[in-house]
Design a binder for this molecule. Structure first.
Ligand code: NAP
Length: 294
C-alpha cells in the first residue's frame, strides 16, 4: 500500500512561522510580547527535555519564556504560591505545569490554581468545561495538534469511526470530545478504549481513524488495524537500545513497521504528533497574549 507518512515536523514548522509573524505584529501594534512560564517539579529526564524544547521553541519565535525548576521536596502550597505570582504578572500570558507531577502533589489543586485565561494547556476545570460546550479558547495542545494534522493532510473525520485508545485528561478524553463535536474537524463517531476494555482488537479493527495514546511501546500491531485506516500515534516511549549513544530510542504506541503496511496514512514517532503539541502550545500562548491586549 502507498502509505502517507504524515510529517508533523513540516506542519509544526509552518505553524511556528505563522505564529512568529503574528508575534511580531502584536509587538509592533501593542508592545505586548507573549510570555510563557513553564513550571517543572522534580527531575524526570523526559520532562526536562520537553520543558527545554518548549522554552526554546517559544524564544525562537520571539516570545519570552521562563522555566521555573522546583525540587521534588516542594508541596502543593509552594507550587500554588508561585502560580499566584505568575497569575498576577502582566508579562506572563501563558502558564504551563509540566506533567506528570510527583505523586505527593495534587495535580487538580495545582492546575486549578492557574488563571483560566493563562491556562494555555487547556487543563483547568473551566477550560475543560468550555471544551465540552464547544466554547474552548485553549484546546489542549496535543488533541488540538492532532486535529490540525488531520485537517492539513486532507483527512476528514466527518462521519468516520474514530477509535481512541486511552482516556487521559490531556489526550484521550479531549480528543474524543473534539472529534465528536459538530463542525470542521469533528462530526466523527467516536469510541474510547481504556485498560478495562475487553477484546480491544475487535474494536480497533473497526476504526477508520485510530488514535493511540496509552504509553505502551508498539502496542498496536498490524492485525489490530483495518486495511486503509488512518493511524495517529501519540505515544512517546523510551525503550533501551544499546546501539544508541544515549542508551535508548523513542518509539510510539504503534508498531510502525507492521502497521504502515496496512494504513493509508500514519504519523511516525518521533516526528509526528510531538512537534505539533509544541506548535499548538505556542498558538495558545499567542492567543492568550492577544486576548490580554484587547
Ligand atoms: N506526542 C505528544 O506530544 C504527547 C503528549 C502527551 C502524551 N504523550 C504520550 O502519549 C502516551 C499517553 O499519554 P497520557 O498522558 O495520555 O497517558 P496516561 O495518562 O498514562 O493514560 C494512559 C491511558 O491509556 C490507557 N491504557 C493503558 N494501558 C492500556 C491498555 N493495555 N489497553 C488499553 N488502554 C490502556 C489507560 O487506561 P485507564 O484509564 O483505564 O488507566 C489510560 O486511559 C504516553 O506515551 C505519553 O508519553 C505524547
Amino acid at each position: 500500500m502507498d502509505t502517507q507518512i504524515i510529517d508533523g515536523v513540516r506542519l509544526a514548522n509552518k505553524i511556528r512561522l505563522q505564529i512568529s509573524d503574528k508575534v511580531k505584529n502584536l509587538k509592533e501594534k501593542t508592545g505586548v510580547i507573549p510570555g510563557l512560564a513553564v513550571i517543572l517539579v522534580g527531575n524526570d529526564p523526559a520532562s526536562n527535555v520537553y520543558v527545554k524544547s518548549k522554552q526554546k521553541a517559544a524564544k525562537d519565535i520571539g516570545m519570552n519564556a521562563t522555566d521555573y525548576l522546583l525540587s521534588d521536596t516542594v508541596n502543593d502550597s509552594d507550587v500554588i504560591e508561585l502560580i499566584h505570582n505568575l497569575n498576577n504578572d502582566k508579562l506572563v500570558h501563558g502558564i504551563l505545569v509540566q506533567l506528570p507531577l510527583p505523586s505527593n502533589l495534587s495535580k487538580t489543586k495545582i492546575i486549578d490554581s492557574i488563571d483560566p485565561n493563562k491556562d494555555v494547556d487547556g487543563l483547568h476545570v473551566v477550560n475543560m468545561g468550555k471544551l465540552m460546550s464547544g466554547m474552548q479558547i485553549f484546546p489542549p495542545a496535543t488533541p488540538y495538534g492532532i486535529q490540525k494534522i488531520l485537517l492539513d493532510s486532507g483527512i476528514s473525520v466527518n462521519s468516520k469511526h474514530v477509535v481512541v485508545l486511552g482516556r487521559s485528561e490531556i489526550v484521550g478524553r479531549p480528543i474524543s470530545i473534539l472529534m465528536s463535536q459538530k463542525g470542521i474537524g469533528g462530526d466523527a463517531t467516536v469510541t474510547v478504549c481504556h485498560s478495562q476494555t475487553q477484546n480491544i482488537e475487535s474494536i480497533t479493527r473497526q476504526a477508520d481513524i485510530l488514535i493511540a495514546a496509552i504509553g505502551r511501546p508498539n502496542f498496536v500491531t498490524g492485525s489490530m488495524v483495518k486495511d486503509g485506516a488512518v493511524v495517529i500515534d501519540v505515544g512517546i516511549n523510551r525503550v533501551s537500545d544499546i546501539n544508541k549513544k544515549r542508551g535508548y530510542k523513542l518509539v510510539g504506541d504503534v508498531f510502525f513497521e507492521e502497521v504502515r503496511e496496512k494504513a493509508s496514512a500514519i504519523t511516525p514517532v518521533p516526528g509526528g504528533v510531538g512537534p505539533m503539541t509544541i506548535a499548538m502550545l505556542l498558538e495558545n500562548t499567542f492567543q492568550a497574549a492577544w486576548i490580554s491586549s484587547l
